[in-house]
Design a protein around this ligand. Structure first.
Ligand code: FES
Length: 56
């Protein structure tokens, strides 16, 4: 499922970035470019990052 339509970033890609070591929204954004256009996806991306970190 796409979380960020502007940059075509999926929930899977975000989870994978966290599993591979990203620990903050900024780090995920730098890696995937997520949230760098309209910003609509930022709350959902942050939530996904938190959920994934909690499971590690
Ligand atoms: Fe992610 Fe627009 S949907 S920046």
């Amino acid at each position: 499922m796409y979380v960020c339509l502007c940059r075509a970033v999926t929930d899977k890609a975000i989870k994978q970035a966290v599993e591979n070591g990203c620990e903050s929204f900024r780090e995920v954004r730098d890696e995937l470019d997520v949230g760098t256009c309209c910003g609509m996806c930022v709350p959902e991306t942050r939530q996904l990052i938190d959920e994934t970190l909690a499971k590690l």
